[in-house]
Design a protein around this ligand. Structure first.
Ligand code: GAL
Length: 377
C-alpha cells in the first residue's frame, strides 16, 4: 500500500514537472525528458524577426572593433535564447559624417525596426533622432555621448544613450599618476611636465579624459602642459608620430604622457622605446581602454596604467535596451556602466554587471553637483 502511494506521488510529481516545465524555464537546459528540447517555446515573443541597423563611426578602431564584435555575438545569443531572429546589419561609417548620414537615412528608408548609432559627429545626433522619430524607429546611441541632454528629449522613452562617464576615466588616469611614489615628478621640481595625446577633439570622451585627468592630478601636484594638446584621432600610428615629435622637441622634460586611449598609448610607447627612454624609470604613460596588450604591459611593469572601458557590458546593455524598445517598452534616457582602474588582469575581466539608469533630471543634478564641488571648469 505504502509502495502504491509512493508510486502515485512520484507520478503526480512527474506530471507537474512536465506540465509546468516550459513556463518555468524557456532555455531548454537539456535535462532530458519532457520538453521538445529546443527550448524556444517561451510564448508570444518567440519566432519574430527584427531588422536592426547598426552604424559604427569607424571599423578601423581597436576599441570599437571589440565592442562591435561583442554586440553582434550577443544578439546571436539573445536570438538563440528567445527564439527570435535579430538580423543585425552593421555598417562602417569610415569616420565620414556625410557617409554616415546617408547610411542612417538608408536604415530609415528600409524601415528597420531599430537603429543603434555610434555617431561620427555627436553634433549630428539631433537631426538624425528627429528623422528616426518621424519614421517611428527607436534609437540606441552608443559610445559617443550626446553633447547635451536635450538630444534625448527629442523623443523621450524611445531614444537612449548607453555608455560610460568619461569624467571617471579621466580621474582614474590622474589618480594612477598621483599615486606613484613621486606623483609623476621625476626631476623633483615640484611639477609634473606632461604631453596630452587626445582623440578627436569634438568627442566628449576626448574632452573629459583630457580635462579630468589633469584636474585629478592637480589635487596632488602642480602640472605643466608641454606644447599644445595633440590630436591623435584614437589612432596608434598617429600616437607614435606625435609622441616621437614631442620627445624630439622636449626630450627629458617630458615626465608623463597622457593618451586618451590605449591605441595611441601603444603608439607613444613605440616612440618612447625608440627614444631610448624606459617607462617606470624615466617616463610614465597612462591611457584608457584596457586593450589586452596594454594590460599585459601594465602587469609586466612596462606601462604605467590603463582604465577598463567596458565594451562587454556596454554592448550587452545596448542590446538588452534595444530588446526592450523592440517590445514597445519605454526606456530611460541614460544607461551607464563604470570604468575600472586596472592593475591586474582580474581588473580587466569581462563579467556582466548591472547598469545604472538615469533620468535627465538626475543627470543634470549630478552635473550641478560636480560644478558645485569645483571639479568642473
Ligand atoms: C572611446 C575609446 C577609444 C575610441 C573612441 C571612439 O571610448 O576609448 O579607443 O574607440 O571611443 O569614439
Amino acid at each position: 500500500m505504502k509502495k502504491l502511494f509512493k508510486v502515485l506521488v512520484l507520478a503526480l510529481v512527474a506530471f507537474l514537472v512536465v506540465a509546468c516545465g516550459p513556463a518555468n524555464n524557456n532555455d531548454g537546459n537539456g535535462n532530458g525528458n519532457g520538453n521538445n528540447g529546443n527550448g524556444n517555446n517561451n510564448g508570444s515573443a518567440t519566432g519574430e524577426t527584427y531588422e536592426i541597423g547598426v552604424a559604427i563611426y569607424q571599423f578601423n578602431d581597436n576599441f570599437m572593433t571589440l565592442y562591435r564584435t561583442e554586440l553582434e555575438k550577443y544578439f546571436g545569443e539573445l536570438g538563440a535564447e528567445d527564439g527570435n531572429t535579430y538580423n543585425v546589419e552593421i555598417v562602417d561609417s569610415a569616420n565620414d559624417q556625410a557617409k554616415q548620414v546617408e547610411q542612417l537615412n538608408n536604415f530609415i528608408a528600409q524601415g528597420k525596426d531599430l537603429i543603434i548609432a555610434n555617431m561620427v559627429s555627436p553634433a549630428g545626433a539631433d537631426t538624425f533622432l528627429q528623422s528616426a522619430k518621424d519614421a517611428d524607429i527607436p534609437v540606441v546611441l552608443i559610445n559617443r555621448e550626446p553633447e547635451s541632454t536635450s538630444t534625448l528629449e527629442i523623443w523621450p522613452g524611445k531614444t537612449t544613450y548607453v555608455g560610460v562617464d568619461a569624467r571617471q576615466s579621466g580621474r582614474y588616469q590622474g589618480e594612477i599618476i598621483a599615486e606613484l611614489e613621486n606623483s609623476g615628478d621625476l626631476d623633483g621640481d615640484g611639477k609634473v611636465q606632461y604631453i596630452m595625446i587626445m582623440g578627436d577633439t569634438e568627442n566628449v570622451d576626448a574632452q573629459q579624459r583630457t580635462q579630468y585627468s589633469i584636474e585629478q592630478l592637480e589635487e596632488t601636484i602642480e602640472t605643466e602642459l608641454l606644447g599644445e594638446r595633440l590630436r591623435g584621432d584614437w589612432d596608434q600610428t598617429k600616437g607614435q608620430e606625435l609622441a616621437a615629435a614631442a620627445l624630439a622637441q622636449f626630450g627629458e622634460e617630458i615626465e608623463v604622457i597622457f593618451a586618451n586611449n590605449d591605441a595611441m598609448g601603444l603608439g607613444a610607447l613605440q616612440a618612447i622605446n625608440a627614444a631610448g627612454r624606459k617607462v617606470g624609470e624615466d617616463i610614465y604613460i597612462v591611457s584608457v581602454d584596457a586593450l589586452e596588450d596594454v594590460v599585459n604591459l601594465v602587469v609586466e611593469g612596462e606601462y604605467t596604467g590603463t582604465v577598463l572601458n567596458d565594451h562587454f557590458n556596454q554592448a550587452h546593455t545596448a542590446a538588452d535596451v534595444a530588446l526592450m524598445l523592440l517590445k514597445g517598452e519605454e526606456v530611460e534616457p541614460y544607461y551607464w556602466h563604470d570604468y575600472v582602474r586596472v592593475t591586474s588582469p582580474e581588473d580587466a575581466e569581462l563579467v556582466r554587471k548591472d547598469f545604472r539608469a538615469e533620468t535627465i533630471a538626475d543627470y543634470e543634478a549630478r552635473l550641478a553637483d560636480i560644478v558645485d564641488k569645483g571639479i568642473d571648469e
